[in-house]
Design a protein around this ligand. Structure first.
Ligand code: AMP
Length: 362
């Protein structure tokens, strides 16, 4: 099939790398010829030109997207002629933190208490209701911790609101979590559903730096709880493709932080670590093919992001159980340039390799 991707970043690139062995062709709706996917398929530089978007959709049998910040207008235009998976509802609900949290509340899935705020006086009232510390986040366009302010005292209310540049925001209770986990699942058009194991994520300044997969010390009941949240959600929105839940594991409960309607950075370890990668399973789902096994190939896996600077990449190639994935992006502060996956049958050995590659960690 001809698969169109809205966006041409590293996720599109890795989708293409897993789509080719299955015999598909790729098309990308890109912003520039420099984008990481642009050499991996026919690329349409759109600049919001409706003619280019029309051509892209005519040349695609099915369309998917690589970011929750994808323009809904473009998706709606394409949907009138070409199937888009995941559907418009998945995108609409996950583009707005308020809609996302209302959906979680409706399904009785725990998330941090929140209030929508549009000005300083609403923020002041919200602080009274939610309590401090709390996090103020723009409802839209936030990623990697961007558009967020941690409020510790009432004296910061004006400063916090200014940091949102007037954008509609939510104030969220600060959750004292033990660790951050994520759950990735894939659902086919026929409703088939498969889950990857819970993984543990470490962030620095809002950016994911290290994933350990599967997460250690996960009871069957914790995995099941996360899967139950996922099942309720993914079925409710009739999602087709990969869906990710970012979770806080706290003493009180397992709490959903965010929903991503796409392949996720915390699932990059699946390229070498799982029977079928998240990318291949996404492609299988959107092309209405049977889903692949999601079990792990090696007992222990890790993923380290390469951020800002390429660093000593040769060292990765010298590490026998490590694999290098670069995205063909120029060095820039805080930019995701690539990742490393590490696989092992022993936890000690995995930790040794992580330590050996600690130049890539903050
Ligand atoms: P987000 O953009 O919502 O994924 O947030 C980025 C990071 O900020 C998360 O990975 C957490 O480390 C932290 N964070 C976000 N929301 C909260 C919260 N309500 N309580 C504590 N930490 C949070």
């Amino acid at each position: 099939m001809k698969i169109g991707v809205l966006g041409a970043g590293q996720l599109g690139r890795m989708l293409a790398l897993s789509a080719y062995p299955l015999g598909h062709k790729m098309r990308f709706l890109a912003l520039s010829e420099e984008d990481p996917s642009s050499l991996l398929g026919k690329t349409f530089i759109h600049n919001n030109n409706p003619e280019v978007i029309k051509k892209f959709s005519e040349e695609s049998d099915v369309v998917t997207y690589e970011s929750e910040n994808t323009d809904l207008k473009i998706v709606n235009e394409i949907t009138s002629t070409t199937e888009v998976y995941p559907g418009e509802m998945s995108l609409r609900l996950t583009q707005h933190r308020g809609l996302e949290k209302n959906l979680l509340n409706k399904l009785n899935i725990p998330c941090a208490p929140f209030e929508l705020v549009n000005n300083v006086s609403e923020l002041t009232q919200a602080v009274t209701k939610i309590g401090l510390p709390a996090i103020l986040k723009t409802t839209k366009d936030g990623y990697d911790g961007k558009g967020q302010f941690l409020l510790r005292s009432e004296s910061q209310i004006n400063e916090a609101w200014e940091a949102m540049s007037g954008a509609e925001s939510i104030l969220e209770r600060f959750i004292n979590f033990k660790r951050e986990l994520s759950l990735i699942a894939v659902r086919g058009a026929n409703g088939d559903l498969k889950y990857y194991p819970l993984v543990e994520n470490s962030h620095h300044e809002g950016i994911l730096r290290l994933t350990v997969a599967p997460a250690q010390e996960v009871s069957d009941s914790l995995q099941k709880k996360a899967e139950n949240y996922m099942q309720a959600l993914i079925t409710e929105i009739n999602h087709v493709g990969v869906l990710t839940l970012e979770l806080f594991d706290s003493d009180d409960d397992l709490i959903v932080n965010e929903i991503a309607p796409r392949v996720h950075n915390s699932g990059h370890w699946t390229i070498e670590g799982a029977q079928t990668s998240q990318f291949e399973n996404h492609i299988r789902a959107i092309t209405n093919c049977p889903l692949g096994e999601t079990s792990v190939k090696n007992r222990f896996n890790a993923m380290i992001n390469i951020i800002g600077k390429l660093g000593p990449t040769k060292k990765v190639l010298e590490t026998s159980n490590a694999h290098l994935h670069l995205y063909d992006k120029k060095e820039r502060e805080n930019r995701k340039l690539g990742h490393i996956t590490i696989t092992s049958d022993s936890y000690q050995d995995l930790q040794k390799s992580i330590k050996n590659l600690s130049d890539f960690l903050p």
